[in-house]
Ligand binder design. Sequence first.
Ligand SMILES: NC(=O)c1ccc[n+]([C@@H]2O[C@H](COP(=O)([O-])OP(=O)(O)OC[C@H]3O[C@@H](n4cnc5c(N)ncnc54)[C@H](OP(=O)(O)O)[C@@H]3O)[C@@H](O)[C@H]2O)c1
Length: 238
Amino acid sequence: MKIKDSVILVTGASSGLGLETSLVLAAHGAKLVIAARGAAALERAAASLREFTEAVAVPADVSDDAEGIVAAGIARFGRIDALVNNASELGPSPMPRLDALRWQDFERILRVNALAPLHLSQLVLPAMRARGQGVIMNISSDAGVNAYPGWGGYGASKAALEHVSRTLAAELDGSGVRVLCVDPGDMNTTMHQLAEPGVDLSALPRARDVAPAIVALLADDAAHGRFQAQELVAHAAR
Ligand SMILES: NC(=O)c1ccc[n+]([C@@H]2O[C@H](COP(=O)([O-])OP(=O)(O)OC[C@H]3O[C@@H](n4cnc5c(N)ncnc54)[C@H](OP(=O)(O)O)[C@@H]3O)[C@@H](O)[C@H]2O)c1
C-alpha cells in the first residue's frame, strides 16, 4: 500500500511501539487515527504527529469503544485503509503464575488483546472488502507461541490473537485485504518494564528502532502472514 495519504488507525499510539510507528507513518504522509486510554498522553502524541500530517486522537479503551474509535476516524477521513492492533494489556505486575492469576484479570487481558482487535477488524473489514484493499496488522509476541512461566495470561491472549490472524487471513484470501501478525521482539518499553520490574532493559532495542520495520511491512503488498522478530528485521533490510 502507498503510505502517503493512506488513513491508518493505530491503537495504543500514546507510547512505545504504537507512538513510534505512528511517527514514522506521519513522516511518510499517512493520515492517522490514534487511540489510547490516557487522554493527555494521547493528545501529546497527536500534537507531535500534526507537525507532519493530519491526525485525530480518540481517547478510548479498545475493549469498551471500538465503534467510537472507528466512527471518529471515518467521520474525519471517510475511510480506514489500515488497522494496526497494537494496544495491549499485560495483566498484573509482577505477573503471577497461572495458578494465581485471577480469572477476572485473565478475562480483562483476553478482552483487550484478542477480542478488541477482532472487534475493530470486524468494523473496518466490510469497507476494505468492498474496496478490495486494506491491511489488518496484529501486534503479537513470542509469548503467544512459547510458554514462559508468569506470562500465561498474556501469552494465551496473544495465542488467541495469532489464531484470529491466521483464520482471518484464510477467510480474506483473494479479497485484496492483507492480514499481518507481527512479533516485534523484546523492546525497552513501559510494558516490558512492568513485565520485568527492576530488570535493566537498556540493552534492548527501543520502539523507535523497530517502528520503521513495522511500516515497511505495512507498505509491502507482497507481505502476508506471520513475521517473527528476526524476519521483521530481515524484511526491513531487503
Ligand atoms: N515491549 C516488548 O518487549 C514487546 C514484546 C513483544 C510484543 N510486544 C507488543 O507490542 C505492542 C506494543 O507494546 P509496547 O511495549 O510499546 O507497550 P507500551 O509502551 O506500554 O504502550 C502500550 C500502549 O497501549 C495503550 N493501551 C493499553 N491498553 C489499552 C486499552 N485497553 N485501550 C487502548 N489503549 C491501550 C497504552 O496507553 P494507555 O495506557 O493510556 O491506554 C499505550 O499507548 C503490544 O501489543 C505488546 O504486546 C511488546
